[in-house]
Write a protein that binds this ligand. Sequence first.
Ligand code: ADP
Length: 160
Amino acid sequence: MTRKAIYPGTFDPVTYGHLDIIERASALYDKVLVAVATGVGKKPLFTAGERVKMLKEETGAFGNVEVEEFNELVVDYAGRKSAKVIIRGLRMISDFEYEFQMALTNRKLNSKIETVFMMPKESYSYLSSRLIKEVAGLDADISAFVPKNVENKLKEKFEK
Ligand code: ADP
C-alpha cells in the first residue's frame, strides 16, 4: 500500500515555512502531492502556473513530492488521487481556529480522509506569504524567508 498525502494551499508564493512542512511530510509518507488551489477568492499575486513552477523548482530534490493545480473540494481531490491524508501546517495559535473548522468540515464531507497537522521549525513559525508580499513590496530583504528564485520572482512582480 502506498501512503499518499496531499498538502493543499495557495502558496502565493512558497516560503521556507511551506518547504519545512513539505520536507517533514516527505519523510513520513511515500508520496506527497502539493496541491495549488486555483479557485481561491484570495486574488493571488502569482498565477497558478507561476506558483506551481516555483514549487516544482524548490521541491525537485525530493524524490517523492509532486506539484499540481486543483480546483475542487479538497476532500474530492484527495479521494480522486487516492490520498487518505491532508497535511496542514500550524504556526501560531491564531491558525488553530480556522484550521480546526476546516478539518472538521472536511471530516463531515468525507470521514475517510484524515487531516494531519505539522509544526514547522520555530524560526519559520511566524512566516506568512501575505506578510512577505507586503514587505517585499516595500523593498525589504526577504532572503531569510523565501528561496533565491522566489525572491527574484517577487522583485520582478513589484518592478512591473
Ligand atoms: P491557505 O490559503 O490554504 O492557507 P497557504 O499557502 O497560506 O494556503 O498555506 C498552506 C498551508 O501551509 C496552511 O496549512 C498553512 O497553515 C501552512 N503554512 C503557511 N505558512 C507556514 C509556515 N511558515 N509554517 C508552517 N506552515 C505554514
